[in-house]
Write a protein that binds this ligand. Structure first.
Ligand code: S3P
Length: 436
């Protein structure tokens, strides 16, 4: 268990090997698809993070039988899920709690839209502030009735077994929205299509195929024919590249570092972080796993070494590809070089207002950072001194502050550091193990 306040001391370099936790995005999808598939699914490497636990809790509340078969410090959770088939979920006895997880509430809303009963989905204080119209609008167009608190959770969904297929173009590039619509589309009459404004992670498309469905992808248009039945599978979740990013940045930032990251997912729609780190000066070697990966998700090994850091500016169209890594990329720019980001207004509606909270925390540590309405600009014009920062109950900020703190002249006390458990419960223990 991670304690509420963690003090991170500076370190000269990091060295060692890491196996990151199971990918959070893929874990959610495998659990959701296993629940609506026919037969039993066995999933290993399932994320140990709180968010993926929230998905399992909600599925259990909908009558899905889920057994924890094992828990390994290296390879994560192994679970067995008894699928209930398309439209086979049971009406819940109580409100479903998605905790801190936007992926859970949005993607499950897509599945519940196709079930002819009423279910209420809510979450913690952070989730109850997050925008849900982006899924409510298309799911209502398909025939579900959804009430919300002015576009925010709780969502009460009255689904229907007669959903209509739609063609939908989201206003924001969002894999969660695309997935919610595709999951509803799997239950609809006809072909449901989503045209993305900018490409986002394609784990749902790959997972649907792994469970036996056919999915069409042409340019940025994804289509799924309704009524396809999924079959239970035996699957392994790759390591999470967004969690690995913390060690890639620590290794790149600190002279004399070398970190090897094993069993990590290298899906091209997630791997933009590697190109951005290389542009900033990181030296990263990537090698594909001998078997290529599993269930259509490529995996491999990464080795990162320190490089001379240089300033870069990210273009707005690059933002969706690194949306979860922006806080730790900002941490890299406190060590050397500089990072300018625009077109990232989505950061304001993540687990916290990540632009405001990041700027506040980094400033308290002595960083040179400007907030922009849709981004930020961080420059390594002076060494951080450390201090006291508040992670605002946001897992990625807690961990980004820790990585920035490694290069400070003094210690940094991170309040709300326990939030790391949302995606990476072992984060602070791994950090200790990498201190050379
Ligand atoms: C996710 C998509 C992204 C990402 C989130 C996980 C997913 O959110 O930030 O951490 O698993 O589909 P958006 O869809 O809101 O961009």
């Amino acid at each position: 268990m991670v304690s509420d306040v963690v003090t991170v001391h500076p370190v000269a370099r990091v060295r060692g090997r890491v196996r990151p936790p199971g990918d959070k995005s893929i874990s959610h999808r495998y659990a959701l698809l296993a629940a609506i598939a026919e037969g039993t699914s066995s999933i290993s490497g399932y994320s140990t993070g709180g968010d993926c636990g929230s998905t399992l809790r909600c599925l259990r509340g909908l009558g899905v039988s889920i057994e924890e078969v094992g828990r390994h410090p290296e390879t994560g959770l192994e679970i067995r899920i008894e699928g209930r088939g398309l439209r086979g979920l049971r009406p819940p006895d109580a409100v479903l709690d998605a905790g801190n997880s936007g992926s859970t509430i949005r993607m499950l809303a897509g599945i519940l839209a196709a079930h002819p009963f009423r279910a209420t989905l809510t979450g913690d204080e952070s989730l109850r502030r997050r925008p849900m119209r982006r899924v409510v609008v298309p799911l209502e167009r398909m025939g579900a009735r959804i009430s919300s608190e002015d576009g925010r959770p709780p969502l009460t969904i009255e689904g229907t077994s007669r959903l209509a297929a739609i063609e939908f173009e989201p206003d924001v590039p969002s894999a969660q929205v695309k997935s919610a619509v595709l999951l509803a589309g799997l239950h609809a009459d006809g072909v449901t299509r989503v045209r993305e404004p900018l490409a986002t992670r394609d784990h749902t498309e790959r997972a649907l195929r792994a469970f036996g469905a056919s999915v069409s992808c042409v340019d940025r248009m994804v289509g799924v024919q309704g009524g396809q039945r999924l079959q239970g599978q035996t699957l392994t979740v790759p390591g999470d590249l967004s969690s690995a990013a913390f060690w890639l940045v620590a290794g790149a930032a600190l002279p004399g570092s070398e970190v090897t990251i094993e069993g990590v997912g290298l899906n091209p729609t997630r791997a933009a972080i590697l190109g951005v780190l290389a542009r900033m000066g990181a030296r990263i070697e990537s090698s594909a796993a001998p078997d290529g990966g599993s269930a259509g998700e490529p995996t491999g090994t990464l080795v990162v070494r320190h490089g001379t850091l240089t300033p870069i500016e990210l273009a707005p169209e690059e933002v969706p590809g690194v949306i979860d890594e922006l806080p730790v990329l900002a941490a890299l720019a406190t060590h050397g070089g500089a990072l300018g980001v625009t077109g990232a207004q989505e950061l304001r509606v993540k687990e916290s207002d990540r632009i405001a909270a990041l700027a506040e925390g980094f400033r308290r540590m002595g960083a040179d950072i400007d907030e922009r309405p849709d981004g930020f600009h961080v420059r390594a014009s002076r060494r951080l001194r450390g201090g006291e920062v508040d992670a605002h109950h946001d897992h990625r900020l807690a961990m980004a502050f820790a990585i920035a703190a490694l290069g400070a002249s003094g210690p940094t006390a991170i309040h709300g550091a326990d939030a790391a458990a949302v995606s990476y419960p072992e984060f602070f223990a791994v950090l200790e193990s990498l201190r050379a």
